[in-house]
Design a protein around this ligand. Sequence first.
Ligand SMILES: NC(=O)C1=CN([C@@H]2O[C@H](COP(=O)(O)OP(=O)(O)OC[C@H]3O[C@@H](n4cnc5c(N)ncnc54)[C@H](OP(=O)(O)O)[C@@H]3O)[C@@H](O)[C@H]2O)C=CC1
Ligand SMILES: O=C(O)C(=O)Cc1ccc(O)cc1
Length: 453
Amino acid sequence: MTDVPVSEKQMEEWKATKTIGIIGLGDMGLLYAQNFSDAGWKVVGCDREEQYETLKTKYAGSKFEVVLNGHNVSRVSDYIIYSVEAASLDKIVSIYGPSSKVGAIVGGQTSCKSPEIAAFEKYLPQDVEIITIHSLHGPKVNTEGQPLVIIDHRSYKPESLQFVKALMSCLKSKFVELTYEEHDRITADTQAVTHAAFLSMGCAWAKLKVYPWTVNDKKWFGGLENVKVNISLRIYSNKWHVYAGLAITNPHAHQQVLQYANSATDLFAMCLDNRREEFTERIMKAKEFVFGNHTGKLLLDDLMLEKYSLSRNSNSIDSPEKDGLQSPPPNSHLSLLAIVDSWYQLGINPYDHMICSTPLFSIFLGVSEFLFLTPKLLEQTIEASLTDHLFRKDDLEFVIAAREWSSIISAENFQLYQKKFENVQDFFRPMFPEANVIGNEMIKTILKHSKRE
Ligand SMILES: NC(=O)C1=CN([C@@H]2O[C@H](COP(=O)(O)OP(=O)(O)OC[C@H]3O[C@@H](n4cnc5c(N)ncnc54)[C@H](OP(=O)(O)O)[C@@H]3O)[C@@H](O)[C@H]2O)C=CC1
Ligand SMILES: O=C(O)C(=O)Cc1ccc(O)cc1
């Protein structure tokens, strides 16, 4: 539902009388503060108190006002959005929640909603309404057309939801109304497991000390490899707490990430033992379950992805169907076989979640679809998995990495998550400037071309 059924007059009245407050002026808080104030809303925001002078100067020319702290935001705002690290949310709501203006609406941007709702219920005064949100994209992605989840958890006035939607309408995102439980289940299926996969790939390359696109034996090139490398580097160039919070605070995510690690382990073990029949049957069952009803065009076109290589001399594609170009060596694509197997094992139809898809999830589904539905590519991949040892060592590191991420997430160990994430981040850091330019271009093109976006 993208239309907001409020009159122009009502909108103008709200803009003239309501104040929007944002606690946490980091990447997402700033995105909202700028968009809302540009659209004519009165916006106040704060970050940590010690940042006050710096931010006041920095945003002196902006249309929103920086105030000292969350008390000052909460006292004057009709809609208060907490846009802070997931691990600190409970503490921060406990401090500022009781200062919420009487009758205000409160929401948050954290990626997992059960702990956010629990904190709101615990610390907010009863007169305060709870309507929370989640933009399903990062701060550098154009908000237009991206899913924006809205959760009306506790509202007393019928116009409150209309008001939140009216405010959010300037983002031009696609509204998706869910309960917080539905939200957490879906995002565990989509985001958490997608991140686990790309985190594990990056971790494996860092362990092997390779920048895959620079390896001279030309192991890693072609459209599918470009996606793996670009998305993995994109995640590692971001803040660790976004991914840690999303996976650790969502109990459903633990099971999904564990299944992903188990799928990778099982499939790899079958390859080591050359259990051809069992391996092929399992992959084919997963294919039937996930893609059995697929009709029409694929989400992604490999020719489109092919140009987004970090490698300077790449000119190839993965598809064995396309003649005339040098093909990359067959790869076991364990990371992609494992995701489709884990969807099958958990009974998840990923297409059911497209309504809540993030750019990275769409791309992950797109490359998996490409692997499973491009004629001959899956057969070639199965053969390579069982008989070709070129990627065995990489696959071993990948399996270890997937298991490690799963253990850290299940143990809810933020410290270890940060340490592991930042180790890999340090390894890739020199490559980020170039990788981000190419990765951003790739994502833009994919989103433009993806028929379901
Ligand atoms: N980045 C993304 O792609 C997305 C993130 N999210 C979620 O949105 C939330 C914000 O993420 P993002 O903007 O990326 O993270 P940031 O780290 O950029 O922003 C969070 C900000 O909150 C500040 N903060 C910490 N404590 C307080 C406090 N007591 N009062 C006011 N501000 C405080 C932080 O300061 P300091 O850094 O000093 O701690 C930081 O500037 C997170 O929960 C994240 O999971 C949701 C969708 C997408
Ligand atoms: O697209 C993704 O999965 C991202 O990595 C960006 C992101 C991160 C956290 C969120 O809560 C929503 C989107």
